[in-house]
Design a protein around this ligand. Structure first.
Ligand code: XIL
Length: 396
């Protein structure tokens, strides 16, 4: 059975490669380097994704964005359009337009959708946070509002979402106060950590077929293994507990926001973390990968001695995460958080010191070393150590 599936996946890849040969390559022998990331990933059963900025997608002056979003990726995530402040800016009035547009775009291009995000402490609508702050929304009502939000949103997109980020960034970091890791943020403060299990149950009730993920950053690899300061261990323990309680969680999303100024990890460390989550019966995914760099004066002045090491280090880090994902058969998708430096959240978010250069294409849509590293990983991998994905069935 397994072998047959592998052969089938290989046949699909070859057939797709033949069909998708573009006019520019017609008549030439098959060259994998001509292929898109999404086509090369087919052989591994892996989805390659990007976050999509709806404004860029709809900008007629920027057609390349739309072309690459369609051609290089097999899954898309709304960078902001499915967040609560975007969907329900006024209490009781949903604005589905931009999110629906992305779902339509995905369908037109035979892409799957990662739903992002149902429960998060950021980008909440003002009416909600101010209502809680001034006491006009009670704790009981807040829980009810959350249940209805999850139910409404999941029901609206029912059948169209492959993976939902149900809960995002619920766990603190060692630099928070107190430094002992804990459940942080608006929802834990007002409802207690039980909101996490509730959220998964409400999401499952609204869509029995979507894969339900917990999503967080800085969980690429284990550290000390002490849940008091090792976030990966804390999240692992949380997931284990949720599974033991029969909570319908299907996967762990590792955001993968890295920076070249940090030590980061080697492939084996990342594989180990993915394996541990798989050991709990969970799928995994890289959900928001980017690798930012500090934009020193030298970088900004075009000094190649400063630019080159950053480009190389970024490529190496993209490569580590994708290799690890390929190596672990429950790692279902690899999504980048924007694909071009022309549209990346990094320069707007990390300003002191200024950071950027975080994506796989430069501002002019030229593929960077990081893009070629991803492509090479997809081409030069296969049995016995890289095998097709094992599909995950949604848990009841
Ligand atoms: C970011 C978006 O990219 C920005 O456009 C927005 O201003 C802030 O949020 N973790 C997440 C994402 O889960 O939703 C965040 O996206 C990046 C960090």
């Amino acid at each position: 059975m397994k072998l047959r599936r592998w052969i089938a996946a290989g046949a699909v890849a070859v057939a797709t490669a033949a069909v998708l040969t573009s006019p520019a390559t017609a008549g030439r022998p098959y060259d994998p380097t001509d292929q898109s990331l999404r086509n090369l990933a087919l052989r591994h059963g892996l989805a390659v994704g990007t976050a999509v900025d709806l404004a860029a997608l709809n900008d007629p002056a920027d057609p390349r964005y739309r072309e690459l979003a369609a051609s290089e990726f097999s899954t898309v995530t709304a960078e902001n359009a499915m967040k609560w402040e975007s969907l329900e800016p006024t209490r009781g009035t949903y604005n589905w337009g931009p999110a629906d547009e992305l779902v339509t775009f995905a369908r037109q291009h035979d892409q799957r959708v990662r739903g992002h995000v149902l429960v998060w402490h950021n980008q909440l609508p003002g009416w909600l946070t101010s209502g809680v702050a001034d006491g006009s929304i009670s704790t009981a009502e807040l829980r009810d509002i959350l249940r209805r939000h999850i139910t409404n949103v999941v029901t609206h997109f029912k059948g169209r979402i492959w993976q939902w980020d149900v809960v995002n960034e619920a766990v603190s970091d060692p630099w928070d106060t107190p430094s002992t890791l804990h459940y942080k943020g608006f929802w834990a403060e007002h409802l207690g950590p039980g909101y996490i299990a509730d959220a998964f149950r409400w999401a499952r009730a609204a869509d029995p077929h979507a894969l339900l993920f917990y999503n967080d950053y800085n969980i690429e690899a284990f550290g000390s293994r002490d849940p008091a300061n090792d976030k990966t261990q804390f999240v692992y323990d949380m997931a284990k507990q949720l599974r033991a309680q029969g909570v319908p969680i299907d996967g762990i999303g590792s955001q993968g926001h890295l920076g070249t100024q940090y030590g980061n990890f080697d492939t084996f460390q990342v594989v180990e973390a993915l394996r541990k989550f798989a050991g709990l019966g969970l799928a995994t995914a890289f959900t928001e990968v980017d690798v930012r760099s500090q934009l020193t004066e030298g970088v900004q002045a075009g000094d190649e001695a400063e630019i080159n090491p950053r480009l190389q280090a970024a490529a190496a880090n993209f490569d580590v995460l994708l290799q690890a994902c390929l190596a672990e058969r429950h790692c279902l998708s690899f999504t980048v958080w924007g694909f071009t430096d022309k549209h990346s959240w990094v320069p707007g978010w990390f300003t002191d010191p200024p950071e950027g250069m975080a994506t796989i294409y430069d501002e002019n849509y030229q593929p960077k070393r990081a893009y070629q590293a991803l492509k090479a990983d997809l081409i030069y991998s296969g049995p016995p150590y890289v095998l097709p994905r094992i599909p995950q069935r949604p848990r009841r």
